[in-house]
Design a protein around this ligand. Structure first.
Ligand code: SF4
Ligand code: F3S
Ligand code: FES
Length: 255
């Protein structure tokens, strides 16, 4: 390809990025003080291809309806606070680019499922964090390292649980799980991922305690290997694989 063609192409791409267009958002609203049931409300928003759904929510809140309620903090895929259903799939609003959505149709935005709806896109996360706390997501070691020394771990042993250290507790996995929808008692994939992170840590001495907790009737055996959780995870964690490894550890013991 000639340099002239490349330059034309990159100019076209740049032009597309700076061209604003109107996108319709259908947002599922709920105000517990007024509404008996959630209702859909549409908003037309001027957007650029490189904007994110979070930018649209900001524009609506700041320019059209200040009562629109949603959570967000970092805006960069780190804090995990803006998981929501966008066109029926759980995603982080701050990581979902407009150019990756079909804007010929309205974009549907609603709260994640399976947790009590509080207002608009905000759910009560307490049941989610209760399960997380229950698996004891912190290092429990029986002995102390020598004064001034670290707890030594080989690169290979660290690698075993590297994937599950990436969790940002966004709940996209748990709230996409059909077992969790039908039975909010299930620990859910996020709690199991965070148990996995410590169960397979060679410096931790409480794997058997966590495995006992997850061997419960509401624990890992409720998982039906649906893979929704893996598809939903914005960190690319192999959630279903981690759950399978915990099941194996219950049967065979910590490797
Ligand atoms: Fe979110 Fe992934 Fe952690 Fe689930 S495992 S809470 S989807 S980061
Ligand atoms: Fe649910 Fe994931 Fe298992 S979606 S059924 S926890 S594989
Ligand atoms: Fe922090 Fe999206 S706002 S992850």
């Amino acid at each position: 390809m000639s340099t002239a063609m490349l330059e034309t192409q990159s100019t076209d791409t740049a032009d597309a990025a700076i061209q604003a267009f109107t996108v319709t958002f259908l947002i599922r609203r709920f105000d517990p003080d007024v509404d008996a049931e959630p209702r859909w409300q549409d908003f037309d928003v001027e957007m650029y291809a490189t904007d994110r759904v979070l930018d649209a929510l900001h524009k609506i809140k700041w320019e059209q309806d200040g009562s629109l309620t949603f959570r967000r903090s970092c805006a960069h895929g780190i804090c995990g606070s803006d998981a929501m259903r966008i066109n029926g799939r759980n995603r982080l609003a701050c990581k979902t680019l407009i150019k990756d959505l079909d804007i010929s149709k309205p974009i549907y935005v609603e709260a994640i499922k399976g947790l009590p709806l509080e207002k608009d896109l905000v759910v009560d996360m307490e049941p989610f964090f209760a399960s997380y706390r229950e698996v004891q997501p912190f290092l429990i070691a029986n002995s102390q390292p020598e004064a001034g020394k670290e707890r030594i771990q080989s690169i290979a042993k660290r690698e075993i649980f590297d994937d599950t250290t990436k969790c940002i507790l966004c709940a996209a996995c748990t709230s996409s799980c059909p077992v969790f929808w039908t039975d909010g008692q299930y620990f859910g994939p996020a709690a199991i991922v965070n148990a996995h992170r410590f169960i397979f840590d060679s410096r931790d001495d409480a794997a058997s305690v966590r495995l006992d907790i997850l061997n419960d009737k509401e624990g890992v055996w409720r998982c039906r290997t649906t893979f929704n959780c893996t598809d939903a995870c914005p960190r690319g964690i192999e959630v279903t694989k981690a759950i399978a490894e915990v099941k194996q550890a219950i049967i065979r013991g910590k490797p």
